[in-house]
Design a binder for this molecule. Structure first.
Ligand code: PMP
Ligand code: GLN
Length: 385
């Protein structure tokens, strides 16, 4: 039993419970339509489940190799080269992880030392800051502002110091739906000329870009890729967020550091699922249909909330729609999100959970990775607010 002589000193005293866990729990408890946590309410392809089942029946049920099953690392090397033109060595430069979350954690743990600064663009996905803090690093923030949340590169330059060790970028961007363009890549390459920082690129939504835009993977740009860890995940692409398999691709020296942490976090991840993904990636490395699929969902959701008092912000990728509610109330986002859930039965995410010391303004994030019928029911409620 813990008692007062056994002090429990939290390593993350201010972190609380993640907003995604909180809102999904409340949605369930209050029977609200859950447009909060980002996951589909429909199933993945039955063929994918059949392939996993086959791989299990074939006996792939013991520990997978620590850095990932060779067939999957080879398929990823093939896919990345085909899409983005950079060849990663499947043996030494690709690590399969337990989702993008573990790839981010292992990478930040590997790179950040006490006293180091990490440049973040906020709103920032909620797993970055705890990982930085646990390594004794300090986040430095550049704020992206609505409506389009583009990066002000002059501000970024000003935020870089001699202690900046890592720059984290996320495109397509959660929660704003912003995507980085070729101009951003040029600016980033220029910034890197004046710092030794390593880039950590969170590209979990790499295949979910809209309106004919091109995903600017860091892997496309040699000057950036040679000092970048490019992280992605299968969860969003295959509608399998619960399977938690992702990867980190980086030059050999960086990958060795990522693997040195990964082996002590999870050691290895589910082998049968890795084998199944390898088959699917080989067949369809472009994964093109998922972008069109979610663009249709976005457009449906936009047409359904048209006529409501929510004003949508631009959404160029991901499966999240930000909406301005200033025509409804002047409440803060967390308060309004709670009232929307309790009184109107729709769960959303308040962007303040992605911001540090900055007010997000009157904006909520809605996840449109839902069945049409779910979006219709939710929009019917939103139109009455
Ligand atoms: N990064 C971003 C921006 C995300 O939105 C998510 C989860 N949706 C992750 C990382 C984590 O991905 P995974 O579920 O593969 O761990
Ligand atoms: N990334 C998902 C979102 O933004 C949630 C993932 C999680 O629950 N940790 O909603």
């Amino acid at each position: 039993m813990l008692n007062s002589r056994t002090p429990l000193r939290s390593k993350l005293p201010t972190t609380g419970v993640s907003i995604f866990a909180t809102m999904s729990r409340l949605a369930l408890e209050h029977d609200a339509i859950n447009l909060s946590q980002g996951f589909p309410d429909f199933d993945c392809a039955p063929e994918l489940v059949d392939t996993v089942a086959r791989c299990m029946r074939e006996g792939n049920n013991q520990y997978a190799p620590m850095p990932g099953i060779p067939a999957l690392r080879e398929a990823l090397a093939f896919k990345i080269e085909r899409l983005y033109g950079r060849r990663y060595d499947p043996v030494t430069e690709i690590t399969v992880t337990s989702g993008a979350t573990e790839a981010l954690f292992a990478t930040l743990t590997a790179l950040v030392h006490p006293g180091d600064e990490v440049l973040l663009f906020q709103p920032a996905y909620d797993s970055y800051v705890p990982a930085i803090q646990l390594s004794g690093g300090t986040p430095a923030f550049v704020t992206l502002r609505p409506p389009d949340y583009h990066i002000d590169w002059d501000e970024a330059r000003r935020a870089i110091t001699s202690r900046t060790r890592v720059i984290v970028l996320n495109s397509p961007h959660n929660p704003t739906g912003m995507i980085l363009g070729a101009d951003d890549m040029r600016e980033l390459a220029r910034v890197l000329e004046h710092t030794d920082a390593v880039v950590v690129a969170d590209e979990a939504y790499e295949h979910i870009v809209f309106d004919g835009a091109r995903h600017e993977s860091m892997a496309r740009h040699p000057a950036i890729a040679e000092r970048a860890v490019v992280i992605s995940s299968f969860g969003k692409t295959f509608h399998t967020t619960g399977w938690k398999i992702g990867w980190a691709a980086a030059p050999k020296a960086l990958s060795a550091e990522v693997q040195s942490i990964h082996q002590w976090v999870t050691f290895a991840v589910n082998g049968a699922i890795q084998l199944a993904y390898a088959e699917f990636i080989r067949k369809d490395p472009e994964c093109r249909s998922v972008g069109a699929f979610y663009q249709r969902k976005r457009d449906l959701f936009l047409s359904l909330i048209n006529g409501s008092r929510f004003r949508p912000l631009p959404c160029r990728g991901t499966f999240f729609q930000m909406a301005d509610y200033s025509a409804i109330t002047s409440e803060r986002d967390a308060d309004f999100a709670m009232r929307l859930l309790m009184e109107h039965g729709v769960a959303s995410i308040p962007p303040s959970s992605f911001l540090y010391g900055v007010d997000p303004g009157p904006i909520l994030r809605f996840c449109f990775a839902k069945r049409d019928e779910t979006l219709e029911r939710a929009a019917e409620r939103l139109r009455k607010v």
